[in-house]
Design a protein around this ligand. Structure first.
Ligand code: GLY
Length: 561
């Protein structure tokens, strides 16, 4: 018996090793058809880690946890331990669930903490350095997600530990990001860190993160306690003291992820399951879809001036409502039922005039436009479970602060609060009192991890990064498929447009049709061409066949079998 088992086990181990992605030689795979399971994420090594976990018996939730942990190592610009995120899952037994692990304002935060003595916002304080960080939620979220998985955390975290300890070859985009922000990594940190070296980073250089590996090991051993108490929490608090931040060990110990009822609605016969507050994403998506549902988009055609104009006007109204009403539901009363009521949405768009922009209220212009912050991953498994996760540090590499001795970056999520009600944030978004800072409150988000069901079964598992553009990108992904019948690859790669009530501009990607741009300008829309944004990860299941697509805009990559 023994002599038979040993070669079999060796063969299995070798097969499994051969299927794993080599961290020093890998490339992105943008599309695949799979029979059993698939992952789409921002990095080939992270997608590979998720696929490996499913080969080893994990389900889609286990894989999503492993992908997030791997992203915290190989995609430090947005993958994280020091940030937060949302998981939306549809389990094969019909349960739908969301887990909210959004960051929280520290106990010593206060409403006006980013205003100068004249009452003006000091943007650098909410965006850069120690004071910009909220209490991280990711690790609590991953531990809470385990209720829906089956493998131990030590197994899910193992690929991330190896990648941090032995290193991996960085991509061209990563090298560019690290070089671009080198001065900030030096200026904003109190201790040396793995992201700064004497010579510029090059594609293929090995990034080793030993401090991060040690933190991951503490989490592997003690779960949430390995992060929110003991050595890691002590290192966070010490970093704060050195750098003038306010997160304490008490804040860390008090952090809890929350299981929330998903926002669920119908659009043209499909069931959309998405993230409720404190994300504005689900409500915004429902509002936008509701305002175009009865409009004959398919007759006017994909990217026709008529279809795009109607969608822009839906976006304008949804973003105006976001600014006025939305905030953390544990702190403010939000009229969600009224805002998403079908009749309300019909009335909201009733003043729309074909061929003419509806002017937005005049408010000071918004901030700079960034493209790749945040990251999304989609996973389906062989049992019929589907998981959609969006996770973030907010800006690229968050606050740029690496926790000394713990090796992970902290978020700059405090900027997602209305730092001064009425003034725009990083994404030019304006908010009111509903999203004002208060200790223990979660800042409003745009992250919109989404699952679409067709006849009660997962059909699309999707989401994207992109700050304020997240909701409008998702809006287009759903409309492109459900209304225009577009195939999955064309859908992800289709050029996007974006409008958010304020600023007044419509942004388009370079490849957007010139004739439609000219037609919109003739109608009176100020149109601006922006650098590519959004990185949609889409898995679609059609007649039992799984299609996985990674966005062309980044290092995004799919894996599966
Ligand atoms: N920090 C981007 C978002 O949560 O929407």
């Amino acid at each position: 018996m023994r002599s038979f088992l040993f070669p079999l086990l060796l063969l299995l181990a070798l097969t499994s090793a051969a299927q794993q992605v080599d961290p020093y030689h890998y490339s992105s795979r943008k599309y695949m058809e799979a029979k059993r399971f698939a992952v789409s994420s921002a990095h080939p090594l992270a997608s590979g880690a998720g696929a490996q976990i499913m080969r080893e018996g994990g389900n889609a939730v286990d894989a999503a946890i492993a992908v997030q942990l791997a992203l915290a190592v190989v995609y430090p610009q947005a993958g994280n331990l020091g940030g937060g995120g949302f998981m939306v899952a549809r389990m094969a037994d019909g349960r739908s669930v969301t887990i909210d692990y959004r960051e929280k304002a520290p106990g010593r935060s206060h409403r006006d903490m980013y205003l100068d003595s004249a009452g003006n916002p000091v943007t650098a304080r909410s965006l850069e350095g120690h004071l910009a960080a909220g209490v991280p939620g990711t690790v609590a979220g991953l531990v809470a997600s385990q209720a829906y998985g089956r493998l131990p955390l030590s197994k899910l975290i193992a690929p991330a530990i190896v990648l941090a300890e032995k290193g991996f070859a960085i991509t061209e985009q990563e090298a560019h990001g690290l070089n671009r922000l080198r001065d900030m990594f030096i200026r904003l940190n109190t201790q040396p860190n793995a992201f700064v070296k004497d010579t510029p980073w090059k594609t293929g250089d090995t990034l080793i993160q030993q401090d991060l590996a040690n933190t991951l090991r503490r989490i592997a051993k003690k779960g949430g306690k390995g992060f929110y108490s003991g050595e890691t929490a002590r290192l966070v608090a010490a970093e704060m003291r050195r750098g003038g931040g306010i997160i304490t060990e008490t804040d860390m110990a008090a952090y809890k992820a929350v299981v929330r009822q998903p926002l669920e609605f119908m659009f043209r016969g499909y069931t959309v399951i998405t993230m409720p507050l404190p994300s504005s994403g689900g409500i915004g998506l429902q509002q936008m879809l509701g305002m175009v549902e009865d409009f004959p988009l398919e007759k006017t055609g994909f990217h026709s001036p008529e279809a795009v104009q109607r969608m822009i006007e839906a976006e304008r109204r949804a973003y105006a409502d976001r600014a006025e009403y939305l905030g953390d539901p544990d702190f403010v009363k939000v009229p969600v039922a009224q805002l998403t009521d079908k009749k309300y949405l019909q009335e909201r768009i009733a003043d729309y005039v074909a061929g003419k922009p509806s002017p937005s209220k005049s408010i000071k212009a918004g901030g700079p436009f960034e493209s790749t912050e945040t990251t999304h991953l989609s996973v389906v498994d062989a049992e019929g479970n589907a998981v959609s996760v969006t996770t973030t540090l907010n800006g690229s590499y968050g606050s740029k602060v690496v926790v000394g001795g713990a090796g992970f970056l902290l978020n700059n999520e405090m900027d997602d609060f209305s730092v001064k009600p009425g003034a725009p944030n990083l994404y030019g978004l304006i908010g009111t009192e509903a999203n004002a800072i208060a200790p223990g409150k979660r800042m409003l988000s745009c992250m919109t991890p989404t699952i679409v069901l067709k006849n009660g079964k997962p059909y699309m598992v999707t989401g994207t990064p992109g700050g304020s553009t997240i909701i409008t990108s998702l809006f287009q992904t759903l409309v492109n498929d459900i209304v225009f019948g577009m195939d999955a690859k064309s859908n992800v790669n289709a050029p996007k447009f974006h409008h958010q009530w304020w600023p007044e501009d419509v942004r388009i990607e370079k490849e957007f049709p010139a004739a439609t741009k000219a037609a919109l300008e003739k109608m009176g829309y100020p149109v601006k061409v922006g650098s590519p944004w959004s990185r949609t990860e889409l898995i679609r299941i059609v007649d039992g066949k799984i299609e996985a697509v990674g966005d062309w805009r980044g290092d995004d990559s799919v894996a599966g079998e």
